[in-house]
Design a binder for this molecule. Structure first.
Ligand code: UDX
Ligand code: ADP
Length: 480
């Protein structure tokens, strides 16, 4: 029986291994983590991450061929294939601070693998890492190997949160990069055989190590670039009276452009896009490619611009001050159908409004109070360290309350900001909400979820990103 061990029971490791276990009953899969709390949650009825369909998959295999454990060394030493899916935060100090990936967790995992291994192993990079990490890891492994053979593969994960199980069941492609040596090719074949249990052969792409590592960064940079492009257009739409949804629809009909990833928003979030682009920028700079680095930097600049623009719009529309005013924040997760808040644009928007002394009442169907408070008091990039190394949630962040209902959040509020596109925000009883708000009542829709006309009929002043401006808002100085 082939044994697989995955180091890191996070958003990538957990669901990916659960699906491998489900699709490969003949393989034993162990997911290990240094976080006792995380492993306890994976072994409980309340999994540590919210992901549609994940509960059922875990229930079907847990205790049969899927195990969650803190006994990292035991499972690593017994495994034939080791996936490494640990944190790769952005460095906050020293060389490359604010851009380069901090490979501390990766390096310590690699040294531990070398220490405890007694048989040959295939080590698979699963977390996104900078190009050439495999080479560095290979050096650590082979220089500490006591004669054991290690083959390193890059097998980047392309799943998106909220659709992780669907993406894993039916991936557009599986990418495996390895050495072009006979041993390297054998390792690629071994991993290919795992995926071949359910992924059609033509969707499994095999490349060299560096192409696989770079393809992951490139894919995320291209996706983020589409969002920044449409968000840049949204500003122009507001200035000219065009409607960004109509523009997206029209350009998306071109099969070369395609309709996906053209939804204008307050900006992209999530654990990957910004981090991977910063990484890409750093690699370009290290290779003397300044113009290429500047090109990719611009994607992040536009993303930050979009979040600032939104905050400016809220403040300037409400008579240039939100000081002491209650603002309801609907949605905090970085997108719908996930409880994940890593790099969510809601953090920057909330911090911007708090900076202008607003009182915030926040509601998100999946994000806990503790998480929101932690996020609002954490420094940039701190979120990407193992949970036990993150700051404890402060007992209070002044000016912020977290409630469990959209109606409670909006009661007596002066304005509403919609920051995540949860489906339930489309069908709220906006008349009821309007009746209980201060007047004039504002809605700032950062995700284009509400029916603008209907809300204006009720009496709201509505700003919806990239849509023709409400007559009330026309001429507001800070909207440019
Ligand atoms: C992304 C990639 O899609 C995935 O392939 C990779 O493995 C990890 O990074 P994820 O971060 O889970 O996945 O979410 P994604 O659906 O890509 O959305 C990222 C952000 O972009 C979200 O904040 C989302 O709201 C935003 N977005 C997405 C838009 O603003 N507009 C769009 O049209 C699409
Ligand atoms: P991702 O989104 O890439 O899956 P996460 O932050 O959700 O990232 O998960 C990474 C996990 O890796 C965390 O649960 C963390 O505790 C774990 N981890 C980090 N370093 C180690 C290590 N050396 N051994 C075991 N687990 C580790």
């Amino acid at each position: 029986m082939v044994k697989i061990c995955c180091i890191g029971a996070g958003y990538v490791g957990g669901p990916t291994m659960a699906v491998i276990a489900l699709k490969c009953p003949s393989i034993e899969v162990a997911v290990v983590d240094i976080s006792v709390a995380r492993i306890a949650a994976w072994n409980s009825d309340h999994l540590p991450i919210y992901e549609p369909g994940l509960d059922e998959v875990v229930k079907q295999c847990r205790g049969k061929n899927l195990f969650f454990s803190t006994n990292v060394e035991k499972h690593v030493s017994e495994a034939d294939i080791i996936f490494v899916s640990v944190n790769t935060p952005t460095k906050t100090r020293g060389l490359g601070a604010g851009k380069a990936a901090d490979l501390t967790y990766w390096e310590s995992a690699a040294r531990m693998i070398a220490n405890v291994s007694e048989t040959d192993k295939i080590v698979v990079e699963k977390s996104t890492v900078p190009v050439k990490t495999a080479e560095a890891i290979e050096k650590i492994l082979t220089h500490n190997s006591k004669g054991i053979k290690f083959q390193i593969l890059s097998n980047p994960e392309f799943l998106a949160e909220g659709t992780a199980i669907k993406d894993l069941f039916s991936p557009d492609r599986v990418l495996i990069g390895g050495r072009e040596t006979p041993d390297g090719q054998r390792a690629i074949k071994a991993l290919k055989d795992v995926y071949a249990h359910w992924v059609p052969e033509e969707r499994i792409i095999c490349t060299n190590l560096w192409s696989a590592e770079l393809s992951k960064l490139a894919a995320n940079a291209f996706l983020a670039q589409r969002i920044s492009s449409i968000n840049a257009m949204s500003a122009l739409c507001e200035a000219t009276g065009a409607d960004v949804s109509q523009v997206s629809h029209a350009i998306g009909k071109d099969t070369r452009i395609c309709p996906k990833f053209l939804n204008s928003s307050i900006g992209f979030g999530g654990s990957c896009f910004q981090k991977d682009i910063l990484n890409l920028v750093y690699i370009c700079e290290c290779n003397g490619l300044t113009d290429v680095a500047n090109y990719w930097k611009q994607i992040i600049k536009v993303n930050d611009y979009q979040k600032n623009r939104f905050v400016n719009c809220v403040v300037s529309s409400m008579f240039n001050t939100v000081s002491g005013k209650k603002i309801a924040i609907l949605g905090f997760a970085f997108k719908k159908d996930t409880g994940d808040t890593r790099e969510t644009p809601a953090i920057d928007v909330c911090k911007g409004l708090i900076g202008d002394k607003a009182r915030l009442s926040i509601y998100d169907p999946q994000v806990t109070k503790d998480q929101v408070l932690k996020d609002l008091s954490m420094d940039k990039f701190d979120w990407d360290h193992p949970v036990h190394l993150q700051p404890l949630s402060p007992s209070s962040v002044n000016q912020v309350t977290i409630v469990w209902d959209a109606y409670e959040a909006t009661k007596d509020a002066h304005g509403i900001c919609i920051l995540t596109e949860w489906d339930e925000f489309k069908t709220l009883d906006y008349q009821r909400i309007f009746d209980r708000m201060r007047k004039p009542a504002f809605v700032f829709d950062g995700r284009n979820v509400v029916n603008v006309e209907k809300l204006r009929e009720i009496g709201f002043i509505v700003y919806s990103i990239g849509k023709p401006l409400d007559p009330w808002l026309k001429g507001m100085p800070a909207l440019a």
